[in-house]
Design a protein around this ligand. Structure first.
Ligand code: CA
Length: 674
């Protein structure tokens, strides 16, 4: 997400804009000229090193002059050499070579355009940088690989509905003294084994293994702008949605930001440790905007090209952060594709979460997924299928959630399920299905069937989307909370002000049971398994650690909550019925009980029948009661074994037998099997 939280509903944006032209001509008149720029897609962009020396190639078709500046240090001092570069009009690039391998040196480019020298820039392809990312660094990547890296591999994923995502920020996860972790707030935190809370509960990577998630989704870990890497003792916190160098890791997560190799090496060590634990690594990527408009590396390299504009030349701002990038222009499209390919190859990244994905066009996203699949078919790509403001890009070309069926191997977040279960994201007091507010039943059902067409779901009654926008459950990520907005705990505290935390924890269990039993891919926010909060702060993007860090003492205090999440995850992993792979399967094997929501609100009951998706259980009955009264449901004939009831769960179904009329307690889920 972005920093300003001005997200509009995707539906609003769809209805607000017209236009069907598939080329740049549909964009603003100001941007027309960029479509004619010659492009260059070679792997030697900006820096390459071979036995003959070090070679530089900057793409900047309209520059009048370009100078390469070589430095001995990553910060301060003058260049030890400045080299004028040579233009190649056929592809718009400028080149220079030095007949030595310049390992250990740094460089910048200086571009003159329209008679004006722009500020120095490390370019847009710096893969290693000095402190604060002002200069690109020349390092030997072969020397950054941890032992056994050539054999390192993330988990194999057969279907994306098998993935269970755990979204975390490096500092949230390890900064608290209760984490027992030595490398607090660093990539290396995830490499530490055997760490515990003061009460002796597992923390760090051991906690992830105990919980059972398949993938961690790390908040932005490329080099971002806001944290001063030369002054880490001040311990500044930021989510990192302010991209600076897209192809180098963030320095503040390394133990030494001034040594360009350290951040590369330590991030790889993190990936390796997670892979060794059987856990995949998904990176949050924010190609949709840059942190500094005119001062961004895009503008200092090739002015105007990489961002979109309105007719009058102003930056358009679909990100709500001051600008938006232009994925529909060839060089920018290739940039995004080559950048994720680079992370997948060099860092063995297993997935990408695209921030404000609808700022990008569907064609770019399709190419992203297709290219990544060639590298590793297990790579999972998903994103926010909305923008945070209007864009010159026509709505039918945007990678909106409503356009997800136009894309292949791309998933979108379901805000349908999210808001229907817990209440609206931007209205703290608003309640949802799991907290007793009637009228959300049909929208929850949309989430349960992963927004696919289902004979028993009436999309016209949906709160957000009004049609089955997904044609496969692999297109949907279900969740009730993420780093954005209130944590589930805080949302429940604000929307259930008179309740006890015990009652809220029951509601949290119900909410997550809906997520983890629904079709699609489940996604959770780190720490909610131990009922973490953020002291009621909804936009904590630069709040201190005292707000954002997870207090791991909560794990012992809320052990029951942790065990329930663990049980939910184990249940999902053991039972493919919850992980169907096609819309047809869901329509055939998932049958809702007929319940009149006017008369009996906040009650949903359905059966996963006939060994759905090859499940060993013939039938699974799932009943959700979000009201504050008990409800009774009549079971189909026969004896059923209880899997979950009244906030307890046993993935083996050992909680007793039931038949006939069964009672579901207030704010709870009942899961049965036979
Ligand atoms: Ca940085």
């Amino acid at each position: 997400m972005n920093r300003t939280m001005t997200m509009l509903s995707a539906a609003l944006i769809v209805s607000g804009i017209g236009g069907i032209c598939p080329t740049v001509s549909a964009r603003s008149s100001y941007d027309q000229k960029f479509a004619d720029y010659p492009t260059y897609n070679g792997e030697d962009l900006e820096l390459s090193i071979d036995s003959k020396g070090t070679h530089f190639r900057l793409w900047s078709p309209k520059a009048e002059e370009v100078v390469l500046c070589l430095y001995s240090t990553g910060l301060n001092g003058e260049p030890y050499e400045s080299i004028p570069m040579t233009f190649h009009p056929e592809n718009g690039t400028w080149t220079a070579s030095v007949d030595r391998q310049l390992y250990g040196k740094f460089y910048t480019f200086k571009v003159k355009q329209d008679g004006k020298w722009l500020s120095e820039t490390p370019g847009v392809w710096a893969k290693a940088v000095g402190a604060n990312g002002k200069r690109a660094a020349i390092i030997d990547f072969a020397k950054t690989n941890p032992e056994g890296w050539d054999k390192d591999k993330g988990p194999q994923v057969d279907n994306f509905t098998d993935v269970i995502v755990y979204e975390m920020h490096h500092r949230d996860f390890s900064m608290s003294p209760t984490s027992g972790i030595a490398n607090k707030g660093k990539f290396l935190a995830l490499t530490e084994q055997g760490t515990t809370s003061p009460e002796g509960e597992k923390t760090g990577i051991d906690h992830l293994k105990e919980l059972g998630v398949t993938h961690v989704h790390i908040l932005p870990s490329y080099d971002y702008n806001s944290v001063d890497e030369t002054n880490l003792q001040d311990n500044t916190y930021n989510w990192g949605y302010d991209p600076q160098n897209y192809n180098a890791p963030e320095g503040s997560y390394s133990t030494n930001p001034s040594d360009p190799s350290t951040r590369v090496k330590e991030m790889k060590e993190m990936v390796k440790a997670l892979h060794d634990a059987g856990i995949g690594v998904i990176m949050d990527v924010v190609y949709n905007h840059t942190a500094e408009n005119d001062g961004s590396n895009f503008e200092l390299t090739t002015p105007g090209y990489y961002h979109r504009h309105w007719d009058d030349g102003r930056y358009s701002d679909a990100s709500g952060c001051g600008n938006e990038t232009a994925s529909d222009l060839q060089q920018m499209r290739d940039y995004i594709i080559n950048s994720v390919k680079y992370w997948a190859k060099e860092y063995h990244i297993d997935g990408f979460r695209f921030d404000l994905m609808a700022i990008h066009d569907t064609e770019t996203m399709n190419q992203v997924a297709a290219e990544l699949k060639k590298i590793n078919p297990s790579i999972f790509v998903y994103g926010e299928g909305w923008t945070a403001g209007d864009s010159p890009l026509p709505a039918d070309q945007r990678a909106l959630k409503e356009n997800v069926a136009k894309m292949t191997n791309i998933a979108v977040f379901s805000d349908d399920l999210r808001d229907a279960v817990k209440g609206h994201y931007s209205n703290a007091e608003d309640r949802g299905f799991a907290t007793g507010k009637p009228g959300n039943e049909e929208t929850v059902k949309i989430g349960i069937v992963a927004a696919t067409a289902h004979p028993q779901v009436n999309y016209k009654k949906g709160n957000n989307s009004k049609f089955p926008y997904a044609t496969s459950p692999e297109m949907i990520v279900n969740y009730v909370s993420c780093h954005d907005d209130l944590t589930l705990t805080d949302k429940l505290r604000k929307s259930m002000p008179d309740a006890t935390d015990e009652e809220r924890m029951a509601a949290a269990k119900l909410a997550q049971t809906i997520v983890f039993t629904s079709q699609g891919t489940p996604f959770m926010f780190a720490g909610e398994e131990i009922f973490r909060d953020k002291k009621g702060v909804h936009n904590s993007y630069k709040s201190p650690d005292s707000i954002n860090a997870i207090d791991w003492s909560l794990k012992a205090a809320n052990r029951d909550q942790m065990d329930y999440y663990k049980g939910l995850i184990a249940l999902r992993k053991e039972h493919p019925a919850f992980r169907m792979t096609s819309a047809e399967q869901i329509a055939k094997h998932l049958v809702f009980d007929k319940i009149d929501s006017e008369k009996t609100p906040n009650l949903i009951s359905y059966t996963l029948k006939d060994n759905a998706n090859g499940d060993t259980w013939k039938d699974i009955k799932v009943i959700f009661n979000g009201s504050d009264e008990s409800r009774t449901v009549k079971l189909p004939a026969g004896v059923w074994q209880t899997v979950a009831k009244d906030g307890k769960i046993d993935p083996q179904g050992g909680l007793g037998a039931m038949s006939g009329n069964v009672t579901i307690g207030p704010r709870s889920a009942l899961i049965l099997k036979r």
